[in-house]
Design a protein. Sequence first.
Length: 430
Amino acid sequence: MLAAMPPTPDATAPGAAVPDRGRADACPGALRLHTADDGGLARVRLPGGLLTDRQALALAEASQALGDGDLETTSRGNVQLRGLAPDCGADLAERLRAVGLLPSDTHERVRNIVASPLAGLDAEGNADVQAWVRELDERLCASDWAAGLSGKFLFALDDGRGDVASLDADVTLIAAPGGPALLRLGRAERGHPVEPGREVTAVLDAARAFLEALRRSGRAAWHLREVPDLLPTGSEPLPTAYAPTVRAPAAVAAPVGALPGGLSVGMRFGRASAAQWRALVAASAGELRLTPWRGAVLPGAPADRLPALAAAGFRTEPGSPWERATACTGLPGCARSLADVRADAARALDAAAGAGAGTGAGAGAGGLPVHWSGCERRCGHPAGRWVDVLATGHGYRVTVNGPTTTAGAPVDVRNEEMAEAVAEARRTTK
């Protein structure tokens, strides 16, 4: 049966009032579907964004057989199927179990693990965190207490390059060069060195301590950042080497194109057809890593496969205004939305690209992230500092949002004025 409750936005802005957490979160899963205007929605957790070719093909086949034929990647490297019929739940679960994408019915919504997607592929990181991902997922599913975590509780495993350490996770583990990893809780600027070999144990202990602290206090929360007074004291100040990583204003996405250890491609708003997914599999070397920036890394894939991916509709060239550009579902999929934000955003981004607004430090890789929202909920917006483009019913309001005291005044624009306003806001650096 489809749940009637809508998903709740993940992010809580610094300094904002803590939402009421006296109820269970309504996050959809692979077994608990969400009813949207375009049909049922299922969210399949993919720890570390890891997929085998067989698993990726199974998702493409499920989207065509049961849904609207497209797949969406999320800001946590998960996958969503949309347009599902109300009676397809058992069929979907059977398809996922057959390829190892549903290892636990009781824990499937708490398998929220992001990891550095380029780990082990180049010389930038300090550890191949994929081994941590697999161990954490296995032990998380085997821990009865972990089923009590919110479906929004997030683990981040950073190989030291700082890409996922700034994703506002609840528990972050950062690999260090030649030393112990650092465990960071919520948004704390103090951390805990972890004894080598006990990295995953430390991560699990932190999550369990959070649940136990909530039980003792009688309070309700989904994230550590909502109850900072319950976090343990006596931790050490972050070493100087870690400071840029954990205080970064926004995560740095994996670049698109040919990489030292494979290929990286981007998807428009994270959405791709089943045919495009099959093109990904055809270009891969047996493994896909979905990124928190709604793209995919293909470890070991040769550069000569990039033209075929570009022809299939993937972004393969850096510097585009489409980099770090996201949008909520909007109309017609969400009844709350005041506009078809993805269509409007696509026109604005294509116009910016055509006008050359994505060059230099403007609206492309060097600028701020940008997110289009159809309503005040701002579902799926990025962490840190970002350009907020909010539908108003008669146009959009453009604001530099996030933890800053120097944001400019909101600018109300019509659709035809949006490309220029957004490009200008993305160039904001102070």
